[in-house]
Design a protein around this ligand. Structure first.
Ligand SMILES: [Zn+2]
Length: 344
């Protein structure tokens, strides 16, 4: 479990995944026949031999920010990298990842006490906020940070209860963790080449998976990611029925069909494996949100793809909450399904 914590705490804003990449190379390398990094930064581990190629993908990058401008007063203006709701930003602690090391900061805005009634009702936009790094002026701030430095939410990880865990970047470090654990479980005699692929730049347009899928040219692909849990107050069951601890979610359709539409044969193998091995699963039908599978399945002449997700609360916030059992069952399910996928 230490590995999961290390992965969540690591820094990896889209395009700046280096810290996670080094971890993944090392960990996948322990269990693979070969590990490479492609020119886009994806880490691809291969294991097993056979006629079929099966690609498993989990993204290494996380949502975050980037330094856009330094004000005369020594504050940082920033852009958002990936989908982040402005309402969760205020007064968060962040870390600017500079060449010289980490610089701590606090996201600030005009105090509500000084706002007019009308102003106070509106959501403060990210470009009206700034990052306070404790500098007196621009000159001092520019000694510490540079334009283009990536920024992450402050690393955090812990337990709410025995199995319920919170952490930064759970999306998709829990998927990266599952990728390593699955590779560990693959036996040499599996009749397929399995490619465990830790992808880059998912949060900004599923980019790493696109080039990795082209290179690997798999027969089948399964993305491992997080998905929205609906077991919090004020969410209706018809909006999301996914609950923490009730098993990994098997996606049928993402983004009302604009994302992946899981290949029926692949989906059936995952459902059958779940029944046969008595691994609990839930069905995920999404109106919004996509995963790497959405681009993998459009690669070359089309690659039958599916998604297994870990239900997660507060996705794309400073920290998310998930159940460890769902992560462990994701590993069990995919590892058990691989021999059947190889026979498709
Ligand atoms: Zn994700």
């Amino acid at each position: 479990m230490e590995l999961l914590e290390t992965l969540c705490r690591a820094s990896g804003v889209s395009g700046f995944e280096d810290e996670v990449k080094q971890l993944m190379k090392k960990q996948l390398g322990k269990h693979a026949d070969e590990v490479i990094e492609d020119s886009f930064g994806n880490v691809i581990a291969r294991k097993g031999a056979g006629d079929k190629k099966i690609m498993l993908a989990a993204h290494m990058d996380e949502i975050g920010f980037m330094v856009k401008h330094v004000t005369e007063e020594g504050y940082l203006n920033f852009i958002k990298v990936g989908g982040i709701d402005n309402r969760i930003l205020l007064h968060q602690k962040v870390i600017v990842k500079t060449e010289k090391g980490d610089v701590e900061g606090v996201i600030g805005s005009k105090p509500p006490h000084l706002m007019k009634d009308e102003e106070r009702k509106k959501v403060v936009k990210h470009d009206e906020m700034f990052i306070d790094i404790g500098c007196r002026d621009k000159k001092e701030a520019e000694k510490k940070v540079s334009l283009g430095d990536p920024i992450i939410f402050s690393p955090t990880y812990g337990n709410l209860s025995r199995d319920v865990i919170y952490g930064k970047a759970v999306d998709d470090r829990v998927g990266c963790w599952a990728l390593i654990e699955i590779l560990k479980k693959i036996r040499k005699n599996i009749d397929a080449e399995v490619y465990a692929c830790a992808t880059t730049q998912e949060e900004v347009g599923l980019k790493g998976a696109r080039v990795a899928a082209y290179k690997i040219n798999p027969d089948y692909a399964v993305a491992i990611d997080t998905t929205l849990a609906g077991d919090t107050p004020n969410v209706k069951p018809q909006e999301s029925n996914l609950k923490l601890g009730e098993g990994p979610a098997l996606t049928v359709m993402e983004a009302s069909g604009r994302g992946v539409i899981s290949h029926p044969k692949l989906h059936k193998v995952l459902c059958d494996t779940s029944k046969k091995k008595k691994i609990p699963t839930q069905i995920d039908i999404l109106e919004g949100g996509m995963t790497d599978a959405a681009i993998i399945y459009l690669t070359r002449e089309g690659i039958p793809s599916s998604v297994v997700s870990i239900p997660t609360r507060y996705i794309h916030g400073p920290l998310s909450v998930f159940n460890l059992k769902d992560a462990q069952n994701t590993v069990k399910l995919i590892a058990s399904a691989l021999p059947s996928i190889a026979k498709l």
